[in-house]
Write a protein that binds this ligand. Structure first.
Ligand SMILES: [Zn+2]
Ligand SMILES: [Zn+2]
Length: 440
């Protein structure tokens, strides 16, 4: 028996992180594969950027006085550099690549998608993840509001294909450099009159990022902002025509939407269109996808002046919405998303005695080379125990290798459905199995 002091302390995954264990992968794969399929169908191509970037990239793009940059970034000193940061989101990284490699020189208009982990120092006790995953698209190089509509439609098509009922689209315009400063002033004027009714955070936001007061979840703040002027009465002609263009296309495409005048984003780089897709099963934090247009981002990080639009969908939030909606799903959707299929080989190789295991291993690998799924015992168990495993796995064939088979260069193959047994030349086993599997 092991003495107590020799037992190593079990190390745990860091707070705010999750493992995808063998029983969990099916939903992950279904979500990711559906996203890829839908994104590629709309002409978006995959881009993979590093999980860490120069800290300045996020400070310049997301904005210095945002929650993300002020409180939530994992930033490290790295030698003499100004510091690196684990990416809190991917849009800035995609834009950085677009600018750094001058991708716009060959073709200004480009469409990309990404799927991967993001990192924010969230409070884990609130059930929030510090490593979470997003899948998103970016269309760079055009101002056309049809692209804003495309982003929303692509996201909705993804949820539709996944079989998620009940998604809601919320849209708003937050104006541009021309018109937003004017609205900020109007808003500030109104809010200052009621500052004693606003929460502490909103009082600091008033001077730094006044639009964020609009989406404060505090009930008292909501009462104050319920009566402030609507931003759409203050946006310029250019922003207005862009928003009208978006609405026209969404309506013509039969996408239901709600105009939500208090919808703003926590990142500075947004302009004109912002949108969110929410799911009612998620309670207070019901956003599963968020995006919008960011027409200054590319030029802000040193590229040409050009429009861009995109979204990021939260994989964990989307999966939670899917799990919550199981009772409304068809059986085939449920099966596709949740029925875990254990890896099940077609053939199991049973060795009669330890000295035959080498030959079994070589047969296993040669059959795999022929594209047949095969497994064998690696624990040197008795033939009886090996047969039990074969039965449990419900394999189609058991191949028996004993000393006779090794001496004669043969394999005894048992068809588990018909109980037929055949002694076959080793070289002919693969062909024999493939023929039967095809006719199954
Ligand atoms: Zn404007
Ligand atoms: Zn507030």
């Amino acid at each position: 028996m092991m003495s107590k002091k020799n037992v190593a302390k079990i190390l745990k995954a860091p707070r705010g992180t999750e493992d995808v264990l063998p029983g969990d992968w099916q939903l992950w794969r279904a979500v990711e594969e559906t996203a890829r399929e839908v994104f590629e169908l709309a002409g978006y191509y995959e881009i993979r950027t590093p999980v860490f970037e120069d800290t300045n990239l996020f400070v310049r793009s997301i904005g210095e006085v945002t929650d993300i940059v002020e409180k939530e970034m994992y930033t490290f000193k790295d030698g003499d550099s100004s510091g690196i940061t684990l990416r809190p989101e991917s849009t800035a990284s995609v834009m950085r690549a677009y600018v750094e490699y001058e991708i716009y020189k060959t073709k200004k208009f480009q469409k990309f998608y990404y799927i991967g982990p993001m990192f924010r120092k969230e409070r884990p006790q609130a059930g929030r993840l510090r490593q979470f995953h997003q899948m998103g698209i970016e269309a760079i190089g055009a101002d056309d509001p049809m692209l804003d509509a495309e982003a929303i439609i692509v996201a909705m098509r993804m949820y539709d294909k996944l079989g998620l009922p009940g998604c809601k689209v919320k849209i708003n315009s937050i104006g541009c450099k021309e018109c937003r400063p004017g609205y900020r002033e109007v808003l500030k004027e109104q809010l200052i009159k009621n500052s004693e009714n606003l929460c502490e955070l909103c009082n600091t936001r008033m001077n730094r990022n006044v639009l964020r007061v609009l989406d404060c979840k505090n009930e008292k703040c909501k009462e104050v902002t319920a009566v402030v002027p609507d931003i759409r009465e203050h946006i310029c002609e250019c922003c207005k025509s862009s928003f009208d263009g978006l609405i026209d296309i969404l309506s013509a495409s039969n996408i239901g939407y709600v105009i939500e005048p208090h919808l703003v984003r926590g990142l500075d780089y947004y302009t004109k269109t912002v949108f969110e897709i929410t799911h009612p099963s998620l309670g207070a934090r019901d956003t599963i996808c968020a995006g919008g247009r960011y027409d200054y981002l590319v030029s802000d990080i040193g590229g040409p002046e050009t429009g861009a639009v995109g979204f990021a969908a939260g994989i964990e939030a989307s999966m939670l919405a899917l799990k919550n909606s199981m009772s409304e799903m068809s059986d085939s959707t449920k099966q596709r998303l949740f029925d875990i299929k254990e890896p099940a080989p077609d053939v199991y190789i049973v060795s009669i005695g330890s000295e035959c295991r080498r030959a079994s291993f070589l047969l296993t690998n040669s059959l795999r080379g022929e594209g047949i799924s095969v497994d064998m015992d690696y624990e040197d168990r008795s033939p009886k125990a090996q047969m039990r495993t074969a039965n449990k796995l419900k394999v189609n064939f058991v191949a028996v290798i004993g000393q006779d088979e090794i001496d004669n260069g043969t394999v005894k193959l048992k068809n588990m459905q018909t109980s037929d047994e055949n002694v076959l030349e080793k070289a002919k086993v693969a062909e024999f199995i493939k023929k039967l599997l095809l006719n199954k």
